[in-house]
Each structure stands twice: as structure tokens, then as C-alpha cells.
Design a protein around this ligand. Structure first.
Ligand SMILES: CC(=O)SCCNC(=O)CCNC(=O)[C@H](O)C(C)(C)COP(=O)(O)OP(=O)(O)OC[C@H]1O[C@@H](n2cnc3c(N)ncnc32)[C@H](O)[C@@H]1OP(=O)(O)O
Ligand SMILES: N[C@@H](CCO)C(=O)O
Length: 380
């Protein structure tokens, strides 16, 4: 990966690494899974901001996207490879004003920043999960998050908020546990993964699995320390293109060469260098097994499964709701948020944010996202 020192095998957080701000809860018993079986010894990492009210009425759940984690706010530092992905939205005086709200952000089940996932040790001291980590769905991930809420003494969230993969889980909270979901904000996702979203995901998991360093998923303790870095980097390049828009790339990079390089003589275009940069950053901080697990979880997203379809599932979700999308999102296009808003009894018209950034607008357009966060908190 150009310009980056690679981690041995995996960029997952491991025991012995600095804990940073994260804390953990080990869930009691084994977690029953939608696909059958149960997952023992599940641990969820989480971070919090603000103070929980004595009656626990001010708790807000913030759910991260595919390669986010519990570090929703705060600087990068020991234990946290990146700055918080919603730092501008969480804090005193911010949209999620921590003088009033108690914000909880868990690392998702299947992730790699402290929660149980493929890079985690298997209970019983038999190495890491690797490819034996089971299929988990957004519904399973929410079942784990509900047990975290139990452990924190939070019977009902004032609001559940999430974008992209976090939006899928927010929808599962609303449909499966409406009595625990005071208000809902869903950003940049739909009621079910579409054929195209599944296809983009499948191309990415194929890229990871095609890397000889994948070793059928048993690379975590490879004696040479090599992992599927090239495959994960390729997956990130593909994904990143779906997260941004064609006009943005044209505007930012055009046909320009990367400074000091000549694309006709072995050098790169600026846009190639940009993708290389994002690939290298992800490979240093993420685990390929988690990436595959989480993409497959997103591909399983269908809030109507087993509930008589999306309309019947969401009819139960009567809490105040806001659905927002990004006008230039080519991966989760605004038509999907319009459909979703029409199915949620508590949602009015969808808010379509104006941004050239495509799907990533739910991370980058902090002023517009802040406005819908404030709106949902006021309505909750
Ligand atoms: C504030 C944060 O960093 S949050 C980090 C945590 N993020 C997550 O967890 C979610 C995953 N991350 C992402 O999805 C993305 O990184 C986003 C959405 C946060 C990035 O959004 P943007 O702010 O629009 O960043 P953008 O796509 O323009 O990329 C900027 C990076 O590309 C680099 N870059 C820009 N042009 C080039 C180029 N021609 N060649 C190489 N690198 C380039 C910049 O130097 C910058 O590097 P840095 O992030 O290491 O400082
Ligand atoms: N850039 C986001 C997009 C996925 O929704 C991420 O990597 O998590």
C-alpha cells in the first residue's frame, strides 16, 4: 500500500493496545442469531459523552457506519486511529449537546475496534474466530446493542440515530424494539439492501478473498504477519468511489497528474493517488475479516424479513422520525429515503441534503446533518 507502514496481518484493536476512551460490556449468556445458533462471550466496546440522568431519560444511541467505530467524537490518539467521525456534532453546545444528552456509541458486533468480531479470541482459548465467525445480521447487531442498553440501565433511548450501516441498525431498533426507541433519525439508507448495494458489497468481499494473504480467513496469526492488505485496499478503493459523486471527483481531480508524477511514465493521476491514500488509511486501522463480516451483514439488511414486509414492519414504528438522504448519493439514492419516509408513520417528507460529497455527505455535511439531528431531538 503506497506510503503507509502496514500492520501485521490486521488493523484490529487488540488486547494490550491502549484502551483509549472505550469501555466494554460482556453480554450475559450466548446471543441467539437470526441465521441459527448462538454466539457466546460477546463483548461490545462503547464510548459515552455527557451524563446519564437519574431516570435515564436523556440517553441517545449513535450508530456508526461500515468502517466507523465507537470513537464518534474526540481526537485521534492512543487507542483511536482516527478522530471521531461526528466530532463536530457531539459536545457541549453541539447538535448532540452533551450538557443535556448522554450519548452512547457502541462498536458494532462483528467490528474490530474492541467489540467481538473475526479478529477476537474465541472463547475457550482456541485461537481467533477468523472464518468461523458466524453470519450476523443488523437484527443480531441490534439484539447485542439492546443488551448493552440493559447493562447501562437504559430502558428507552430518547433517540436512536444512524447513517448508512448505522441507519440499518436504527431501523431495526425502530421496527423490532419500538417501545425502546423514543425518536428515530435514519440517514442515507433504505428499508432493505438493494440488488446494486449487494453487488457492490460482493465485489468488495471478492477482492478481499482473492488476496493470497486472506488464507481462507485464517490470517490473523499468520507466522509471517502478512494479511490481505492488497485485497482490503482494493475493496476500499471500490467502496470509496461509490461513496463519492462523479461531479465531485471531476471538480476536485479532473485529469490532473499527482504532483511530481507522470501517469504516462509509471506515475499516477491525482484521483488514483487519492484512492491509494484512502486504501492505505483503512488497511492500517481495520481488519479484513471484520470488513467481510460487516459487508455481509449489510447485504442481509431487510427490515421487513419475517415481519410481513417492510410496510408492515415499519407500521409498528410510530415514534417521531426523520429520514434524510444526500441528493448526490449514488449508492443509497434519495428515492430509497423517499420510500422509507412514506413507510414510517412518524416521518414527514424526507430531508434531502445538498452536497457534492455523495453518500459520505452524512459524515461531511455536519451543518445540514446537525440541523436534522436537532430536529429529531426536539420532536422526540
Ligand atoms: C474526521 C475524520 O477523519 S473521521 C475518521 C473516521 N472516519 C470514519 O470512521 C468513517 C470512514 N471515513 C470516511 O468515510 C472518510 O474518510 C471521510 C468521509 C471521513 C472523509 O471525508 P472528507 O473529509 O471529504 O475527506 P476526503 O475524501 O476529501 O479525503 C481527505 C484525505 O485525502 C487526502 N488526499 C486528497 N487528495 C489526495 C491526493 N491527490 N493524493 C493523496 N491523498 C489525497 C487528503 O490529504 C486527506 O488525507 P487525511 O484524511 O489523511 O488527512
Ligand atoms: N465512509 C463511510 C461510508 C460507509 O457508509 C464508512 O467508511 O464507514
Amino acid at each position: 500500500m503506497p506510503g503507509h507502514a502496514l500492520p501485521p496481518a490486521s488493523g484490529a484493536w487488540r488486547e494490550g493496545d491502549p484502551p483509549g476512551r472505550r469501555r466494554w460490556v460482556t453480554l450475559p449468556g450466548a446471543l441467539p442469531l437470526e441465521a441459527g445458533g448462538a454466539l457466546p462471550g460477546v463483548r461490545l466496546a462503547y464510548e459515552t459523552w455527557g451524563t446519564l440522568a437519574p431516570d435515564a431519560s436523556n440517553a441517545v444511541l449513535v450508530l456508526h457506519a461500515l468502517t466507523g467505530d465507537s470513537h464518534a467524537a474526540g481526537p485521534a490518539g492512543p487507542g483511536h486511529p482516527t478522530a471521531g467521525w461526528w466530532s463536530a456534532l457531539i459536545g457541549p453546545g453541539a447538535a448532540l449537546d452533551t450538557r443535556r444528552w448522554y450519548v452512547v456509541a457502541p462498536n458494532v458486533l462483528g467490528g474490530c475496534q474492541g467489540s467481538t468480531g473475526p479478529a477476537s479470541p474465541r472463547p475457550g482459548g482456541t485461537g481467533r474466530w477468523g472464518p468461523d465467525f458466524p453470519l450476523v445480521t443488523p437484527r443480531d447487531q441490534v439484539a447485542a446493542e439492546a443488551r448493552l442498553a440493559d447493562a447501562l440501565g437504559i430502558a428507552r433511548w430518547a433517540a436512536v440515530i444512524g447513517g448508512s450501516m448505522g441507519g440499518m441498525r436504527a431501523l431495526e431498533w425502530a421496527a423490532g424494539l419500538p417501545e425502546r426507541t423514543g425518536a428515530l433519525l435514519v440517514l442515507a439508507c433504505g428499508a432493505a439492501a438493494s440488488a446494486e448495494q449487494i453487488a457492490w458489497g460482493a465485489v468488495q468481499t471478492a477482492a478481499v478473498r482473492a488476496d493470497p494473504g486472506w488464507r481462507a480467513g485464517r490470517y490473523h496469526d499468520a507466522p509471517d504477519g502478512a494479511g490481505p492488505h492488497q485485497g482490503l485496499g482494493l475493496a476500499r478503493r471500490i467502496a470509496h468511489l461509490t461513496y463519492r459523486s462523479e461531479p465531485e471527483l471531476a471538480d476536485r481531480f479532473g485529469r490532473r497528474a499527482q504532483p511530481g508524477e507522470d501517469p504516462w511514465r509509471g506515475g499516477r493521476y491525482a484521483v488514483e493517488s487519492y484512492l491509494d491514500h484512502h486504501a492505505g488509511k483503512l488497511v492500517r486501522r481495520f481488519d479484513a475479516g471484520s470488513y467481510v463480516t460487516l459487508v455481509e451483514a449489510m447485504n442481509a439488511h431487510d427490515v421487513g424479513r419475517g415481519r410481513g414486509g417492510a410496510a408492515a414492519a415499519l407500521a409498528r414504528a410510530r415514534m417521531p422520525a426523520v429520514v434524510a438522504g444526500i441528493g448526490s448519493d449514488r449508492l443509497y439514492p434519495p428515492a430509497q429515503q423517499k420510500e422509507l419516509a412514506a413507510l414510517l408513520p412518524g416521518a414527514g417528507r424526507p430531508r434531502i441534503l445538498d452536497s457534492p460529497a455523495g453518500h459520505d455527505g452524512f459524515l461531511t455535511e455536519t451543518e445540514q446533518v446537525g440541523a436534522v439531528v436537532r430536529e429529531v431531538l426536539e420532536r422526540g
